[in-house]
Design a protein around this ligand. Structure first.
Ligand code: INI
Length: 155
């Protein structure tokens, strides 16, 4: 978590409504991302955390955009794991997922957080689930809280 530790106390999620869109593909990894994200959202006081499963990361942007446009959530977190070694179309899945998530946020004005691991192998994924690269599920939750707070300060 490193860089988040100093500001954790200020990242108050009281009253926030957050949806998490999580891919079933590579479920062993994405379930741990989800655990981390939920843990932080509840710890920081989120009022409502809704979890929606989609088949793969590629499907996340559409569901994220629908939720973001609904007015029922303050932020959406997308979680997934795209592993280069396991697919010939890594670049397409990872690239289109990233582009779709960006578009969902810009089209709706709601933060849509990119919590999708794009890694070469499972070891790199594990490093990002509480290993030497932190916990990307927890970090995605902190990012969502920070973005909601920041946008509330803006005109
Ligand atoms: N989806 C993932 O979330 N991760 C992957 O690593 C992956 N691979 O390896 O192909 C993957 N593919 C499925 C994709 O997200 C869609 O569900 C599928 O193409 C149907 O649209």
């Amino acid at each position: 978590m490193g860089e988040y530790a100093a500001s954790e106390g200020q990242l108050d999620a009281t009253g926030m409504r957050v949806a998490i869109v999580v891919a079933r593909f590579n479920h062993d990894i994405t379930a741990e991302l989800l655990d981390g994200a939920e843990r932080i959202l509840h710890k920081q006081g989120a009022a409502d955390v809704r979890v929606l499963w989609v088949p793969g990361a590629y499907e996340a942007p559409l569901v994220a955009k629908r939720l973001a446009a609904s007015g029922s959530v303050d932020a959406v977190i997308c979680l997934g794991a795209v592993i280069r070694g396991e697919t010939a179309h890594f670049e397409y899945v990872a690239g289109e997922t990233a582009a779709g998530i960006t578009r969902a946020a810009l089209d709706t004005g709601i933060p849509v957080i990119f919590g999708v691991l794009t890694v070469d192998d499972r070891e790199q994924a594990r490093d990002r689930l509480g290993g030497k690269e932190g916990h990307k599920g927890e970090e995605a939750a902190f990012t969502a809280i920070e973005m909601v707070s920041l946008l509330r300060e803006l005109p």
